[in-house]
Design a protein around this ligand. Structure first.
Ligand code: PLP
Length: 264
């Protein structure tokens, strides 16, 4: 008999939609968590018809199916952090908020509203419920520029980050990677009344699944117990590196190459 050494990696419960192309959604979450040496638990919210160019249809899971997944995981597994992606209905948001109060762990809320290809991923009532019920429970909220503007009505990204903080997020990180222009890209990080910028070089490319990857990376580091400021910086540095060598899976936008370092 050989000895085995059971491992207990930190876990991130990823509450996310399914992207059949594997670039975004739960696939992206699993790969990002794995790369940061955390285990991704996955509770599905919605199925999509999607490729690397756009989303063509979204079907939310029934609220009772959604909650049954959370119940089973709660009864069986340790949950060290929670990461939200697509939410399919206001009922799912209400259920998720109830369980968050029960778990009391770090929460990363990626308020996915629209696919990069333009399709709507969350209807207005779902977005409103997210703001009202999940944002006040979020350790970090990570909208891209378009989502931050839609959620706050602020045009300027620093003002949008501050507004999300005022609405109840502990940390707000508004990413500026999709903003037009040729200069450096700037992300805005608000916490406790202070705004700072994270500036990095720009790649001449738009991506599929970069937001899911960043949010999951932050959640994985929080699950390890890394302080929030550092988790944001480290995940954002890593995603920036992954975007340098993206994987082209189809004819649309490429996705971050979230390799773990094992030889093929
Ligand atoms: N599909 C799912 C299930 C997602 O979670 C997301 C983003 O979070 C998307 C599609 C859209 O990804 P992108 O805007 O990067 O194309």
């Amino acid at each position: 008999m050989e000895d085995i050494a059971l491992q207990h990696p930190p876990t991130v419960l990823c509450i996310s939609g399914h992207d059949p192309s594997g670039g975004a959604g739960l696939h992206a979450d699993i790969e990002a968590c794995q790369a940061f040496r955390a285990h991704a638990l996955g509770a599905l919210t919605a199925l999509t018809i999607q490729d690397t160019r756009n989303v063509y249809d979204v079907r939310a899971l029934d609220a009772d199916w959604f909650e049954a997944q959370l119940q089973r995981l709660d009864a069986d597994c340790r949950i060290d952090a929670v990461k939200f992606g697509v939410l399919g209905s206001t009922a799912q948001v209400q259920i998720a908020a109830k369980w968050l109060r029960h778990w009391s762990v770090p929460v990363v809320l990626d308020p996915v509203l629209q696919a990069g290809g333009g399709a709507e991923l969350a209807a207005q009532p779902v977005a409103r419920a997210m703001l009202e019920l999940l944002l006040p429970l979020a350790t970090v909220v990570t909208p891209n520029a378009a989502e931050a503007r839609l959620l706050t009505g602020e045009r300027e990204l620093g003002a949008a980050a501050s507004a999300l903080g005022a609405m109840g997020a502990d940390h707000a990180l508004v990413t500026g990677g999709d903003e037009p222009g040729t200069g450096d890209r700037t992300d805005w990080h608000w916490h406790a009344g202070t705004l700072r910028t994270l500036t990095r070089g720009r790649w001449d490319q738009s991506y599929h699944g970069a937001g899911c990857t960043l949010a999951s990376g932050i959640a994985a580091l929080l699950a390890h117990g890394v302080p929030v400021d550092q988790a944001i910086e480290r995940a954002s540095d890593q995603v920036h590196q992954w975007l340098r060598t993206p994987k082209a899976i189809g004819g649309g936008r490429p996705s971050p190459l979230r390799w773990v370092e094992t030889e093929a």
